[in-house]
Write a protein that binds this ligand. Structure first.
Ligand SMILES: NC(=O)c1ccc[n+]([C@@H]2O[C@H](COP(=O)([O-])OP(=O)(O)OC[C@H]3O[C@@H](n4cnc5c(N)ncnc54)[C@H](OP(=O)(O)O)[C@@H]3O)[C@@H](O)[C@H]2O)c1
Length: 265
């Protein structure tokens, strides 16, 4: 779908990749709905985007995506104000670094609510008008973590496996309807993600710098893929190659690698 004059709703627009989507869409979209919990951040972004494009309609909605009633209120507000979203970016997400046995069940629940439940509910609510108009795009921000189980990020990786599987199935269901679905599966990107995922007193988890991709490139590659109706985006050559190898590696070999890693560590 061509993104010029689109009306996009971006979850997790107060930071990182979501904020960058808003910046890159600012000169092309007609309407942007910015969703997150930190109102001041969203207001600052709204002012910045309006300075860039005086014709852009920018709306700020403070929503905790863990709360289903707040999602219902968001949908009601869209309907009341007759804002027809034709581009949904399910970007908000969070992780947790550490073993599952020692995890905080409330944090596990927040990961499931934001990364899985809110993504599914928003898609379900915003999809019917897109299908009726035969025009729309859904971009689910998943992760390369969704391609394999990750010890030390068990719930997060599983939540992103859900996002990958859901995106592929929905894409197939919607073939021929005029509504496209894509999954963005970045490797490491410098954002606030690592700080949020780190437990109190924990060490920052950092991969080698060559696997990092900038927020700018991550968002740019994803928007280009949506316009070209490509199903899957893995920004950066190193991650593309790495994920190709991961995806063709049998689970028995991955288990062996974890066993050897555990012995050494
Ligand atoms: N950075 C990476 O290395 C990386 C790699 C692969 C995939 N990803 C994925 O990319 C997406 C964006 O992450 P990021 O890297 O940009 O992280 P980030 O800088 O921490 O941004 C996360 C965004 O999600 C929002 N959010 C979190 N919990 C929320 C809630 N309960 N309700 C509403 N909004 C909520 C945050 O807004 P508030 O705190 O203001 O609510 C923030 O805007 C996530 O889905 C993440 O899993 C990131």
């Amino acid at each position: 779908m061509k993104l010029d004059n689109c009306s996009a709703l971006i979850t997790g627009a107060s930071a990182g990749i979501g904020r960058e989507f808003a910046r890159q869409l600012a000169t092309r979209a007609r309407t942007l709905v910015l969703v997150a919990r930190r109102e001041q951040r969203l207001n600052e972004l709204r002012d910045e985007l309006r300075n860039r494009n005086a014709h852009l309609n920018v709306h700020v909605r403070v929503v905790d995506l863990c709360d289903k009633t707040q999602i219902d209120d968001l949908i009601e507000w869209l309907e009341r104000d007759k804002i027809n979203i034709d581009f949904l970016i399910n970007n908000a997400g969070l992780g947790d670094y550490g073993s599952f046995a020692t995890s905080d069940p409330e944090r596990d629940d927040r990961i499931i609510q934001v990364n899985i439940a809110a993504l599914t509910l928003l898609t379900h609510r915003l999809l019917p008008p897109m299908v009726a108009k035969k025009r729309g795009a859904i971009l689910n921000v998943s992760s390369s973590a969704g391609f394999l189980p990750i010890p030390g990020m068990a719930v997060y990786a599983a939540s992103k496996a859900y996002a990958n599987s859901f995106s592929e199935a929905l894409r197939a269901e919607l073939r021929g309807t005029g509504v496209t679905v894509a999954a963005l599966c970045p490797g490491p990107v410098h954002t606030e993600f690592g700080d949020v995922a780190m437990r109190p007193g924990g060490q920052p988890e950092r991969g080698p710098e060559f696997v990092y991709v900038s927020v700018e490139k991550t968002a740019r590659d994803a928007l280009a893929a949506v316009e070209a109706d490509r199903p899957l985006i893995i920004p950066g050559l190193a991650m593309k190659l790495g994920m190709f190898l991961v995806r063709i590696t049998p689970m028995s070999i991955l288990r062996l690698a974890w066993r050897l890693g555990a012995k050494r560590g």
